[in-house]
Design a binder for this molecule. Structure first.
Ligand SMILES: NC(=O)c1ccc[n+]([C@@H]2O[C@H](COP(=O)([O-])OP(=O)(O)OC[C@H]3O[C@@H](n4cnc5c(N)ncnc54)[C@H](O)[C@@H]3O)[C@@H](O)[C@H]2O)c1
Ligand SMILES: O=C(O)[C@H](O)[C@H](O)COP(=O)(O)O
Length: 380
């Protein structure tokens, strides 16, 4: 079995070398000629997988180590009898951590607390549902919309119009252009106008779910309106003026925790085993490093809301990624190359649940809110 894989999929050798030789490629530049001796193709979101890439190649199976599948022509794969697997949920926790860190920056900037916010969630799948659970347990009021889910599955749902009245609207849909509820430019000028003038829009799903030009005009017109963007129209060529108007701007790394990326590898490894009818011999636990020494201890002197923000940002500080992006974009001769380089060289980051937090036994409120945010809380 000959495998070709994106060089940015971690643990390729550890998981896949038992199947045969692995050739690695750069995701954006791989072409049909590179795949003439490939049976199994493993990609990330930057490779468009369609007839152009695969026709006439021996590829029998495609795995993408990502949640999103908008880069794959699923209809073509089906027609061509090519097996397929994605990695649902692999980096959902990482995206939740990103949103929590972003919200903590927002409440700091506005001298608020998490519990002052009403958060609107658009799309209650793996990410949206996990975010909803965490926020509600942290005492945040949530409004949610998802036309493909029932309340029995995901809890109370409302309309998009209602969700747009929230203080923060965070997007967690796939990118779709067809059907009854397409998400391409779901947030356009009209929908932005429905939002509060001092609301905050967070997009960590796919860039074109927001009309970026409309958002740029909206930000220019309303000084109190905030945008936090991890994903952009026309990635990796992003709109510098839009970036400059954002409260937080990052290069599509919301899901880039070590845990999230490695989960993605394990999920597609299992799918390849199943496709080939082979036993599953490798488990992520064999390779995932111990979380190291990242621990925080609180005393009974720290106010709960302050401890929560400190713990979230000790686990993951989104402003570091924002700063790296702005610096790289300012200095870069090629913004496209800089965007991809930031992603390729992304520093090691672990999910919030891997972080141990110590709280005094008598601080039950603090214990509960940190546990709600997902931390491994220990009393001392
Ligand atoms: N920035 C990143 O690093 C990053 C990381 C992970 C995922 N993502 C993106 O985030 C998206 C969400 O991830 P997920 O794991 O929750 O996916 P998911 O498939 O589990 O959930 C998506 C949800 O959106 C809902 N939905 C579809 N159309 C909708 C519409 N018009 N309005 C409201 N809801 C709608 C679906 O019913 C589903 O419940 C992915 O599709 C992926 O593109 C980005
Ligand atoms: O869909 C996903 O899982 C995420 O967007 C993922 O983090 C994308 O990362 P990439 O494949 O572009 O490296």
């Amino acid at each position: 079995m000959r495998i070709s894989a994106d060089e940015n999929i971690p643990l390729l050798t550890s998981f896949f070398s038992e199947f045969g030789p692995i050739r690695q490629f750069t995701g954006r530049s791989v072409n049909r000629d590179d795949l003439l001796e490939t049976d199994v193709l493993l990609v990330r979101s930057v490779t468009r997988v369609d007839e152009n890439l695969l026709a006439g190649t021996p590829v029998k199976f495609v795995g993408t180590a990502t949640i999103g599948t908008d880069h794959i022509d699923l209809e073509y794969l089906k027609r061509a009898g090519i097996g397929f697997a994605s990695a649902p949920g692999c980096n959902a926790q990482a995206v939740v951590d990103y949103v929590l860190s972003a919200l903590s920056v927002l409440v700091d900037a506005r001298d608020q607390r998490f519990a002052d916010l009403v958060v609107g969630i658009v799309g209650v799948g793996n990410v949206g549902a996990c975010l909803r659970r965490r926020l509600e347990e942290m005492g945040v009021k949530v409004l949610a919309v998802d036309p493909f889910k029932t309340e029995a599955e995901v809890g109370e749902l409302t309309t998009l119009d209602e969700v747009l009245t929230a203080d923060v609207v965070t997007l967690h849909t796939p990118l779709t252009t067809e059907g009854d509820h397409p998400t391409w430019h779901l947030i356009n000028a009209e929908r932005l106008a429905q939002m509060k003038p001092d609301a905050c829009l967070i997009n960590t799903c796919r860039g074109p779910v927001v009309d970026n030009q409309a958002l740029k005009s909206h930000l220019a017109a309303l000084s109190e309106f905030e945008a936090i963007l991890d994903v952009w129209e026309n990635e990796p060529e992003l709109d510098l003026e839009l970036m400059q108007r954002c409260l937080i701007a990052t290069p599509h790394i919301a899901g880039y925790s070590l845990d999230g990326k490695m989960n993605g590898t394990e999920i597609i490894y299992r799918a390849v085993c199943e496709f080939l009818g082979l036993p599953i011999r490798r488990k992520l636990g064999q390779f995932l490093p111990e979380p190291g020494v990242k621990r925080v201890n609180f005393t009974d002197q720290v106010p709960v809301h302050q401890a929560l923000r400190t713990a979230i940002r000790a686990a993951y500080e989104v402003r570091v990624d924002d700063g790296m992006m702005r610096t790289a974009m300012r200095r870069a001769s090629s913004r496209k190359a800089a965007f991809d380089q930031l992603r390729r060289d992304y520093p090691l980051r672990r999910d919030i649940p891997t972080m141990r937090v110590g709280v005094p036994a008598k601080c039950q409120d603090l214990h509960d809110v940190l546990a709600a945010a997902g931390f491994d809380v220990r009393t001392k």
